[in-house]
Design a protein around this ligand. Structure first.
Ligand code: LLP
Length: 447
């Protein structure tokens, strides 16, 4: 993988293998199989069952390193909401990144897995008293304040001998993001404090008055699945403008600027992803020029990618359960769906599944791949070519499945959440086991 681009290179220049959105380690193998991290997907499915999530550890680590190389003067903080388990915490720690959490649960998992609390940033538009108390007790590095009421609440729970470092989440007034539900840079949504109506400026003044809070900088996160660098450059401009106002009004030069994450990836061949090399150059140039113009010292930059670090490293593997020909379509139904991947139902996105584990010479047919759940909207892929003889018992693998699948998985229809298996150098090891009926019924204490 190149350092300037996080798009895994196609194995052939024309992507004739169709692997451009797969982990860079993906290789076609004998009998129509595919290996990822040197592990056969068919063997993994046989060993661990399906639905199965496979995570390429090397791809995650390479992506962490590519970020650190592209942003040598910045802190890169992994947004844990994209996918979190103890092994992931360990990899991120070993690669020298920070961690962004947004609940006492994510924070507790990270710290008990050994992640240093001072490298953790806590977010949330509505942090519970428990979230805040846990953050203070465990000593997180930064708390990003998202509302006026949170300021007083936080100030009152910091021990009197102490000061908590905080940032303020600012709404810079920039529309960006792959879907309306994941655009967070404008005033008409629930996150952050607006520059336009003055609530950001008000919160800054409020924090600066608090004896137990230390304002170290400003934060913004304009949205998710963004594939252009332009909105980031615009956000940096607005944020530097606000930092300059803070200096003029309060005589304070804030030392840090966090511009969030949101870096888009390709889910299907031909889709574009955000080029982080270009992002790094343009953001740095805007920051340096803007600060020179405003006569401000250049603040330390933080980025919070989630999806771009883990999304392309994951592959979902399903068995086909049923194939149904209707007047207009061929439906191929798999043994998972919206309970392990709610993204199609939530954002209307579509994936690009591939038959693995069997070689077929049948002519391709355009099919609709659906899940097993009791909703017509449980659709993974539309009008995708699969061999025309696709049948129950076949294996389908879905690339770009590492982010916001398992972290958003539900208990719908009590099918149980799939396991996650790490692959590396030809070896597979389970990271999180399958959720069993026993796990599910243990919580049901009634009768
Ligand atoms: N920082 C903050 C404060 C965030 O809220 C998020 C994501 C990130 C960083 C990381 O964004 P990323 O680089 O992963 O795009 N469930 C949706 C995405 C929701 C993103 C929420 N916040 C999806 O599946 O597309």
């Amino acid at each position: 993988m190149s350092v300037t681009s996080l798009t895994p290179p196609a194995l052939t220049p024309d992507d004739s293998e169709g692997l451009s959105v797969w982990p860079a380690s993906a290789r076609p193998a004998a009998d129509g199989d595919l290996t990822v991290g040197g592990v056969s997907l068919k063997e993994a499915a046989d060993r661990f069952g399906t639905p199965l999530y496979v995570l390429d550890e090397g791809e995650v680590r390479d992506r962490c390193r590519a970020y650190r190389t592209a942003f040598p003067q910045a802190d890169v903080v992994y947004a844990a909401k994209a996918f979190l388990c103890r092994a992931m915490v360990r990899w991120v720690e070993e690669e020298g990144l920070g961690l962004d959490v947004c609940s006492a649960g994510e924070l507790g998992l990270a710290v008990t897995a050994g992640f240093p609390a001072e490298r953790i940033v806590m977010h949330g538009n509505a942090k519970s008293p428990e979230d805040l108390r846990t953050a203070i007790r465990l000593g997180v590095g930064r708390i990003v304040v998202d509302s006026a009421s949170e300021i007083a609440q936080l100030d009152s729970i910091v021990p009197h001998s102490d000061r908590q470092q905080v940032m303020i989440r600012v709404v810079p007034g920039i529309a960006a993001g792959g879907h309306a539900k994941i655009r967070t840079g404008t005033d008409d949504q629930k996150f952050g404090l607006s520059i336009t109506d003055g609530s950001a400026q008000h919160a800054i003044a409020n924090v600066l008055r608090r004896p137990h809070l230390e304002l170290v900088g400003l934060h913004c996160h304009i949205g998710s699945q963004i594939t252009s660098v332009k909105p980031y450059v615009a956000a940096v401009r607005r944020m530097v403008g606000l930092m300059s106002q803070v200096r003029d009004q309060h005589g304070v030069k804030l030392p840090e600027l966090n511009i969030g994450g949101g870096h888009g990836i390709a889910y299907r061949p031909g889709e574009s992803s955000l080029d982080i090399g270009v992002l790094a150059g343009r953001v740095r140039a805007e920051l340096v020029d803007g600060c020179a113009h405003a006569k401000l010292p250049v603040p330390r930059l933080t980025l919070e990618p989630g999806r771009a670090l883990v999304g392309p490293a994951g592959v979902a593997v399903y068995h086909v359960l049923a194939v149904k020909q209707t007047a207009g379509r061929i439906f191929v139904a798999v043994d998972g769906g919206m309970s392990d991947n709610p993204r199609p139902a939530l954002y209307g996105v579509r994936y690009s599944p591939r038959l693995v584990g069997r070689r077929s010479t049948a002519a391709p047919a355009l099919v609709t791949v659906v899940g097993r759940h009791c909703e017509a909207g449980d659709v993974l892929a539309d009008a995708v070519p699969l061999p025309g003889d696709v049948r129950p018992g076949d294996l389908l693998a879905v690339p770009a499945a590492g982010a916001y699948h398992l972290s958003m998985a539900s208990g719908y229809n009590l099918v149980g959440r799939p396991p996650i298996v790490a692959v590396r150098d030809g070896a597979a090891r389970m990271l999180v086991r399958r959720e069993s009926l026993e796990d599910m019924s243990r919580r049901d204490v009634g009768l």
